[in-house]
Design a protein around this ligand. Structure first.
Ligand code: HEC
Length: 253
């Protein structure tokens, strides 16, 4: 009996401690994303800009190993454009006839290469923190797009009395408020091909949209199928109701 009370008290403690732990998480901004909701679709122009931000800013530290170049046709690129994008990267291949490994330009069937050969090298280059692969980051974090956007736009002056440890950066969205990633975005860090002004907020939105697509490239298809299933069910219910009425029409109530 005593054991029971002890466990009950303990679990109560855990339950009441939970909100306190949650408040240690950072401040998350809420935005409307084009892919939200049952009719939401990706904004192709934003995805293309986001790819540019990923390539020119994030790719020096973060891999995207689950995304194949060929899938970039989803973003509205032609296969020829995809081939050009892939060919900007080099891959080791082989062995050839002489048993030697060789490098060749990337092809649509390749996946985005990771910037570091292994986790140890990644940690060594980043003061001990490993930059995570970004392929699934939007789905892997609570708060999804809002969370990643808030991290990218959450670099601020630390409040008075808050000491930021060496190699850390104050970030209002990151749990614990100290992140090892230096602020990756600054005004005009990229020059957009379509002329959109490259503010920090704009680049953050675009790269988050792109990473959202990377994490769930089949999202639009899933919604389309879901919608068709619902329409089918509505028609089926209508038909069944009609049949029901006919079958019982000649029966006196
Ligand atoms: C100079 C290297 C560097 C660059 C450039 C960089 N990052 Fe990071 N990033 C890191 C490191 C290191 C971490 C791990 C931080 C930690 O654990 O404290 C990280 C962590 C993250 C996280 C994970 C936060 C979490 O919840 O774990 C996200 C999301 C992220 N980066 C997105 C981006 C995006 C998007 C870009 C491009 C706009 C970018 N990063 C550019 C080094 C970098």
């Amino acid at each position: 009996m005593r054991k029971f009370f002890l466990t009950a008290a303990l679990s109560l403690g855990v339950v009441t401690a939970a909100p306190a732990m949650a408040s240690e998480g950072g401040h998350i901004k809420r935005l409307d994303w084009p892919q939200d909701g049952i009719f939401g679709t990706y904004d192709r122009a934003s995805l293309q800009r986001g790819l540019q931000v990923y390539q020119q800013v994030c790719a020096s530290c973060h891999g995207l190993k689950r995304v194949a170049f060929r899938t970039l046709t989803d973003l509205g690129f032609t296969m020829d454009q995809v081939k050009k994008i892939a060919a900007e990267y080099e891959f080791e291949d082989g062995p050839d006839e002489e048993g030697e490994m060789f490098t060749r330009p990337g092809a649509p069937y390749d996946y985005f290469p990771s910037p570091f050969p292994n986790e140890k090298a990644a940690a060594a280059a980043n003061g001990g923190a490993v930059p995570p692969d970004l392929s699934l980051i939007v789905k892997a974090r609570r708060g999804r797009e809002d969370y990643v956007y808030s991290i990218l736009t959450g670099y601020e002056e630390a409040p008075d009395g808050f000491t930021v440890p060496e190699g850390g950066h104050y970030n209002s969205a990151f749990p614990g408020n100290v992140i090892a990633m230096p602020p990756p975005l600054s005004e005009d860090a990229v020059e957009y091909a379509d002329g959109t002004p490259a503010t920090v907020e704009q680049m953050a939105k675009d790269v988050v949209n792109f990473l959202s697509w990377a994490a769930e490239p089949k999202m639009e298809e899933r919604k389309r199928i879901g919608l068709r299933v619902v329409i089918f069910l509505v028609i089926l219910i209508g038909l069944l109701y009609g049949i029901y009425r006919r079958v019982w029409a000649r029966v006196d109530h």
